[in-house]
Design a protein around this ligand. Structure first.
Ligand code: ADP
Ligand code: ADP
Length: 219
């Protein structure tokens, strides 16, 4: 049976950073709704233009278009063993849609690591985040600096600061997380799949805790 892991946690806590490492170590696909929207924005598709109008304000993109995009992503061949979901679901409607979708693929949400850190930590991380144009690799000016300023270590592409990482938008995104996404904590806890992870540790310590939680859930 395929394995599905949902990474839950506020903006800037390290979901994308961890999802990339976990995908490599487990062989599961990495599905990032934010990256899919940014790819669409870069290509200037209709979906990209619509998504950008919400993302720039720190608001969520409407559920129907988000769910349709994720449904399409699941049909790619790299998802056969399962997937690590990073940034989806973000609302109760999306969580219900995911449960229905996984029934079609013969699976279910297996484990939901909830990664947490205080707001000050999130703000510090987002204000120093540098993202790569080509593949969305992330660095941090202080905590995970690239070898060469402004250049991605992994693919040599340019690093940029996301428009929505500016201070006012970050505040709104954290509020939106509290209002619209935090209800998923109780939802997944009631299903017995939630595992709490301390996201305020160094990157490799968070990875170790995540790998232990995933293995434990499978034994
Ligand atoms: P999210 O996907 O949850 O928004 P990211 O993975 O993009 O978070 O991480 C946000 C920023 O914080 C990035 O600049 C990243 O390099 C940095 N970061 C991620 N995890 C840690 C950590 N454990 N300690 C310090 N910095 C981190
Ligand atoms: P973060 O670093 O905040 O975790 P993401 O890259 O996951 O950022 O998301 C960036 C933006 O993309 C969000 O603020 C939101 O506008 C949009 N977005 C991403 N995932 C979803 C989703 N599941 N539902 C609605 N909007 C989303």
């Amino acid at each position: 049976m395929p394995t599905y892991i949902v990474l839950l946690g506020p903006p800037g806590v390290g979901k994308g950073t961890q999802a990339k490492v976990l995908a490599e170590q487990t062989g599961l696909a990495h599905i990032s709704s934010g990256e899919l929207f940014r790819e669409n924005t870069k290509k200037n598709t209709e979906l990209g233009k619509l998504a950008k109008s919400y993302m720039d304000r720190g608001e969520l993109v409407p559920d129907d278009v988000t769910i349709a995009m994720i449904r399409d992503r699941f049909t790619r061949s790299d998802c056969q063993k399962g997937a690590i979901l990073d940034g989806f679901p973000r609302t109760p409607v999306q969580a219900d849609a995911l449960a229905e979708l996984l029934k079609e693929f013969g699976g279910q949400v297996d484990v939901v690591p909830l990664i947490t850190a205080d707001d000050e930590v999130l703000i510090e991380r987002l204000s120093g985040r540098w993202t790569c144009r080509a593949n969305g690799h992330v660095f941090h000016a202080r905590f995970n600096p690239p070898q060469k300023d402004g250049v991605c270590d992994l693919d040599g592409s340019e690093l940029y600061q996301r428009d929505d990482d500016k201070a006012e938008t970050v505040k709104r995104r954290i509020q939106v997380y509290q209002d619209q996404t935090a209800p998923l904590i109780a939802y997944y806890r009631s299903k017995g799949s939630l595992v709490e992870i301390n996201g305020a540790q160094p990157i490799d310590r968070v990875t170790a805790d995540l790998l232990a939680a995933i293995r434990h859930h499978h034994d």
